[in-house]
Design a protein. Structure first.
Length: 181
């Protein structure tokens, strides 16, 4: 991996100084930031508390994409541990995206059609992840492809507008449901 300070600058609200502070606080990776959570980030001097939910969602998405890459699509050796870890990371990413959307757009999502659809797609996506977890041994290749496709659909949704978040969650859910077909 390249310089952790440069890597961390991919997060919203993190410049060179804040990235250095995160590294000094032993939060040099995206997964370490996710594990630290909101309380861990609040202890970093100078951090904008309003950006913390967005930073956590982005870190969750980037940890899935950067720190635990998928095995090659043509690979016949599939690790159940890797697939289960991917399922858990996608579950965390979906939950983080939903939390960020709720925090960023409370008026748009309260008591309206968009909010209901976003919630329905999030819950259906999480249900699909639970179902895939049961199918990992029987359909490892298909599961791996669906997880990779869902991961791609979730990338960048933390910064998106509510309608794009809803559509991205729906596309990720449909990719996951292909395994069960």
């Amino acid at each position: 991996m390249s310089d952790p300070v440069q890597e961390l600058q991919q997060l919203k609200g993190v410049g060179a100084v804040m990235a250095q502070r995160l590294v000094e606080a032993e939060l040099a990776t995206f997964s370490a930031i996710v594990q630290a959570g909101e309380e861990g980030l609040r202890s970093i001097p100078g951090i904008n508390h309003n950006n913390i939910p967005v930073m956590l969602a982005q870190a969750a998405t980037l940890s899935v994409a950067v720190e635990k890459p998928l095995p090659d699509a043509g690979s016949t050796a599939v690790s159940d541990v890797n697939l289960k870890a991917m399922v858990e990371e996608l579950r965390t990413a979906i939950q983080s995206i939903a939390t960020v959307a709720r925090d960023r757009f409370p008026e748009e999502l309260a008591d309206n059609k968009l909010g209901r659809k976003l919630t329905r797609n999030m819950v259906a996506g999480l249900d699909a992840l639970y179902a895939i977890e049961e199918l990992l041994e029987r359909r490892p290749k298909r599961s791996r492809k669906a997880l990779a496709k869902a991961r791609k659909r979730l990338e960048g949704l933390a910064d998106a507008e509510p309608d794009r978040i809803k559509k991205g969650l729906k596309r990720a859910r449909k990719a996951l449901e292909e395994v069960m077909a």
